[in-house]
Ligand binder design. Structure first.
Ligand SMILES: O=P(O)(O)OC[C@H]1O[C@H](O)[C@H](O)[C@@H](O)[C@@H]1O
Length: 546
């Protein structure tokens, strides 16, 4: 047991110090902080792998950071990280180890769960995935009619969708363009209908991805996909050449009719939202090739090692986590924006929403007590510069503090004309404007009419991190994602919550199972929900002529 599992967060000595310190620094303006220390922009920075992080535009001092690091020490962040990566069952509510770091451990490393080294199993599956991916990519794997595969459709949801979908988009320039990947997640029939529209079943391969293989959305989509395929090819036996599965549940895969020879396994110690570097990434591996996938794993491993070996003061995921806690728990910021200046990172915020919000959206501690400080923020964002022309108004001049990560890529995959420099000019300009704002005096000097001065004033003092990557490659993407994984870990550890369960998604699933048959059968009088739910169901039935 580490400290955070035993004692309330607010009992920590560093917590009391942070409270007192907050009162001293809360009104300091970033303008003053930069005036006091003109070297701040060079010293409040850190690197991990190829990631460079400038955290100087945050409302904190060197002392703030010192106390935050003391808090991390007191809450046992390093010890709990060690417990996690060595296979301790830190997911106590499910009795499981948490070993996504073992998914990227190099061949020959040893990580034991219940006395069994899991690394050989990890590499055995990776090798099978590689052989499969190569055969699809080369055209050696042919469909029922002897034709090669042109479209791969991953069917999965949550962690079995968001990771591969995000990474496929991010790594488009590294994909074999002759094979297109599509992703179907929503149980809304529109998703599978649109994904298969116009496709030739003879050249389509489905990867059914589900850790549990019991997820309603995925099984429903997989059944519809199988009907579509058999409908087009006119032969049940075609399924064998057009369906593979990724799951921890071999029995259910067999029960669905997919040959378990075409199943790629993983383990209960891989959480859904931490699984895209497991076999869940099979579609991605087909797209970027086994070498690309291994580069991604290597990038993630670099960050795992960084966290393990770097002092907390320079530990990038730990620092990002601590800065997030400073805003969430002391300034009361409810959200955290992720603003990538890269179109390829279009799906990053969607992915991070599950990673962060499903992990740290908790209100009880590991020991079941109510938390004594606010936990995970609402995570959101879209690629810059689009957000600038939509919601940045609120970030600049609204009444809510929105701490944000600005993510920039120096060397673009598509170096088209002056696009990149214009994009990056915005990447640099926005955090500058957010931090330093524009004073009424400056406006008056420019001759702005007095009645417009309040409207055109930018208060500034709005905090950001700037994360800069040299380029977006499988390796740097792996580094970026592992950085966020361990940021979330750091925060969960400090809050003393279980970042690895997700009981909060259960109730809605149970109720939906109960309601589904009520939508088609039975009489209105049989409905036994609250009056609102009953009336809505009745209205739906009537709109559908039932
Ligand atoms: O991979 P599966 O078992 O199908 O689960 C898919 C997703 O659904 C669940 O409800 C959880 O909220 C997610 O953590 C999980 O990633």
């Amino acid at each position: 047991m580490t400290t955070s599992e035993q004692t309330p967060l607010t009992d920590a000595a560093a917590w009391a110090r942070l409270n007192a310190h907050y009162e001293q620094v809360k009104d300091l303006h970033l303008r003053e902080l930069f005036e006091q220390d003109p070297t701040r922009g060079e010293t409040f920075t850190a690197s991990a792998g190829d990631l460079f992080v400038d955290y100087s535009k945050n409302r904190l001092t060197a002392e703030t950071l010192e106390i935050l690091v003391d808090l991390a020490r007191e809450r046992g962040v390093a010890e709990r990280f060690e417990a996690m990566v060595t296979g301790e069952k830190i997911n106590t509510t499910e009795g499981r180890a948490v070993l996504h770091t073992a998914l990227r451990a190099p061949r020959g490393a040893v990580v034991e769960v219940d006395g069994v080294d899991v690394v050989p199993q990890v590499h055995e599956v990776l090798d099978r995935m590689a052989a499969f991916a190569d055969s699809v990519r080369s055209g050696e794997w042919v469909g029922h009619t002897g034709q090669r595969i042109r479209t791969v459709i991953n069917i999965g949801i949550g962690g079995s969708d968001l990771g591969p979908a995000m990474a496929y988009t991010a790594l488009k320039p590294f994909t074999q363009r002759e094979i297109e990947c599509r992703f179907v997640s929503n149980v809304d029939g529109a998703d599978i209908a649109e994904a298969t529209r116009g496709l030739d079943a003879a050249t389509t391969l489905f990867i059914v991805s589900s850790k549990t293989f019991t997820t309603l959305e995925t099984l429903t989509n997989a059944t519809t996909a199988r009907d579509w395929l058999v409908g087009q090819l006119g032969d049940e036996s075609a399924v064998a050449k057009h369906f593979v599965a990724v799951s921890t549940n071999a029995e259910a895969v067999g029960g669905f009719g997919i040959d378990t020879a075409n199943m790629f396994g993983f383990w209960d110690w891989v959480g859904g939202r931490y699984s895209f570097d497991s076999a869940i990434g099979l579609s991605l591996m087909v797209a970027v090739g086994p070498d690309g996938f291994r580069e991604l794993l290597a990038g993630m491993h670099e960050i795992d090692e960084h966290v393990r070996t770097t002092p907390l003061e320079r530990n990038v995921p730990v620092l990002l986590g601590l800065i997030g806690i400073w805003y969430r728990d002391f300034f009361g910021a409810q959200t955290h924006a992720v603003l990538p200046y890269s179109q390829y990172l279009d799906k990053l915020a969607d992915y991070l929403q599950q990673l962060d919000m499903e992990s740290n959206g908790k209100s009880v501690t590991l020991s079941g007590q109510p938390v004594d400080a606010p936990t995970g923020p609402i995570v959101w964002g879209t690629p810059g510069t689009n957000g600038q022309h939509a919601y940045y108004q609120l970030i600049h001049q609204g009444t809510t503090m929105v701490p944000a990560d600005f993510i920039g890529i120096a060397r673009p995959a598509e170096d088209v004309g002056e696009h990149q420099d214009l994009l990056m000019a915005n990447y640099f300009a926005q955090p500058e404007a957010l931090a330093f704002g524009k004073t009424p005096e400056a406006l008056r000097e420019e001759g702005v009419a007095e009645e417009l001065v309040p409207h055109r004033t930018f208060e500034g003092n709005r905090p950001t991190n700037s994360i800069l990557l040299p380029e977006l490659t499988p390796r740097t993407l792996g580094q970026l994602i592992a950085t966020y994984e361990h940021k979330v870990f750091t925060q969960g550890t400090i809050w003393g919550i279980n970042s690895f369960d997700q009981w909060g998604v259960e109730l809605g699933k149970v109720l939906a199972k109960r309601i589904a048959p009520e939508l088609t059968a039975g009489s209105d009088a049989d409905l036994a929900h609250d009056s609102s739910t009953n009336a809505l169901i009745r209205r739906y039935r009537s709109l559908r002529g039932r």
